[in-house]
Ligand binder design. Sequence first.
Ligand SMILES: Cc1cc2nc3c(=O)[nH]c(=O)nc-3n(C[C@H](O)[C@H](O)[C@H](O)COP(=O)(O)O)c2cc1C
Length: 321
Amino acid sequence: MNWETRLTKLLNIKYPIIQGGLAYLAYADLAAAVSNAGGLGQITAMSLQNPDELRREIKRIKQMTDQPFGVNFAIGQHGRPYEDMVHVAVSECVPVISVTGGNPKGVLDIVKDHPIKILVLVAARKQAVKAEALGADAVMVVGQEGGGHLGRNDTGTFVLTPQVVDALKIPVVASGGIVDGRGLMAALALGAEGVEMGTRFIATEECQSAHELYKQALVNADENATVVIKRSLGTPARALKNKWTDHILELEAQQLGYEALKDYINGRANQRYINEGYIEEGFAWAGQGVARINDIPSVHTLIQNMITEAEGIRRKWEDLG
Ligand SMILES: Cc1cc2nc3c(=O)[nH]c(=O)nc-3n(C[C@H](O)[C@H](O)[C@H](O)COP(=O)(O)O)c2cc1C
């Protein structure tokens, strides 16, 4: 079946499936596997130490795939300057750059005269409209179900997606809670022209930097397994519930502010869980979609299963017609 949408044409990919930025998890191995399987894989720039490391990772992915890939910039996090990293991505002529976590104008200004497609990830209609006005080629919109950082107003993917589709002319990508072919078809029915997935791609063979205990926790999790932390700081984000997040929520309930929280929510605490497997001594982002993740397949198998399921639905719908 043909899976062409304006998004697949824009990005020159076979299937309308994007692997979202994944801090400390999405390096060349995972990204190349997604791109080789017909989606768009992305390297997460801001979890690399410096511009040289990013250049090395980009050179590595170019050895691993001849398909388009992206480099993701979560500019609001990590409190680090990102401009040098964006210049590296531009000088390496990467096909796609995605940006989130702050005003994308700085990145768009650096990239605008280059033949690089820009995706902006937002969590609200207003931000989507702004991203289009600033020159984004497509907007990805993440609903409340998603893993990692979310919007402040708790809007779910089912409401946010059609709202943003109706407000924009450029292609919209739905994100948050999507893990399979049913999710893909639902997103297309809502008017999106593709999906972005984060949590689902962590529980794959090629996400090698994710510790086995993290992957197993994703497989074991049900629909009550996630909580939103950091709401008191104005930066809500969804994580797997554990003793560590219980403690964070206690501190937040006492309104103790950033100083009391910072050692519990920093990158080190994140890496202790997700890369090193100390699953009670740190935190791990995950979306509500964990409830429907039951295996750790290869990326190729995951995408093929999604497409097979989605094609089955398309055939059923055609029979209805
Ligand atoms: C572990 C984890 C790390 C993430 N890190 C980033 C990041 O560095 N940059 C980014 O743009 N989004 C990041 N996200 C968000 C994802 O790219 C994606 O938008 C989100 O996971 C979609 O929801 P889903 O998890 O339900 O698929 C992260 C999500 C997770 C689960």
